[in-house]
Design a protein around this ligand. Structure first.
Ligand code: 5GP
Length: 191
């Protein structure tokens, strides 16, 4: 099994980079995580996340269904479903499973999978740039933006634990660097 783990503070441009990565490198497939947070407008169950009630999440946790899980925001749980990752990894057309998870989840996956996992940290050029992006996105309240910025500071302090950091200053350069990292990993893994 080959795992590519993408981690970034909220608003660092990870979603755009991930989308471009999937389009430019063949054989990559996203694993859909489970979460207890509410869907945003346009998000769909089973596509963006499996949206679970706190009770349902707890039940699946007790059943050992998560490969990793974290309380990413107070009272909001997110987890990678073991079954989802295994199902995707078994497909013949899949060279690597892509996880979009938080710093602690990424570090745990690296600990569990070692060389079979490549962890990439996507960093914003600065915290100011990140604040601007979060405000212009307009999907969060001011309080939520403040919480995400606090969390971003903490997350950036873990960047050195990742296999590589990609600074998203200029989008095309960040995409090219992400693609190069992933291709090097796939080649190394013979995938
Ligand atoms: P959002 O609520 O903006 O979709 O995601 C918030 C954070 O949760 C992001 O940093 C995202 O990477 C992280 N996240 C999403 N799914 C998982 C997961 O399965 N496990 C962990 N540990 N973090 C996740």
């Amino acid at each position: 099994m080959n795992l590519i783990v993408l981690t970034a503070p909220s608003g660092a441009g990870k979603t755009t980079i991930a989308r471009r990565l999937m389009a430019e490198v063949g054989g990559l497939q996203f694993s859909v995580s489970a979460t207890t947070r509410d869907p945003r407008p346009a998000e769909r169950h089973g596509v963006d996340y499996f949206f679970l009630s706190p009770d349902a999440f707890r039940e699946r946790l007790a059943a050992g269904d998560f490969l990793e899980h974290e309380e990413v925001y107070p009272g909001r749980f997110y987890g990678t479903l073991r079954q989802e990752v295994e199902r995707i990894a078994q497909r013949e057309d899949v060279r690597a499973v892509v996880l979009d998870i938080d710093v602690k989840g990424a570090i745990n996956v690296k600990r569990l999978y070692g060389d079979a996992a490549r962890t990439l940290f996507i960093a914003p050029p600065s915290l100011t740039a990140l604040a601007d992006r979060l405000h212009s996105r307009g999907t969060e309240t001011e309080a939520q933006v403040a919480m995400r910025l606090e969390r971003a500071k903490m997350e950036m302090s873990y960047a050195h634990e990742f296999d590589a950091t990609v600074v998203n200053d200029e989008l095309e350069a960040a995409v090219a660097e992400t693609v190069a990292q992933v291709e090097a990993f796939l080649e190394q893994r013979g995938a």
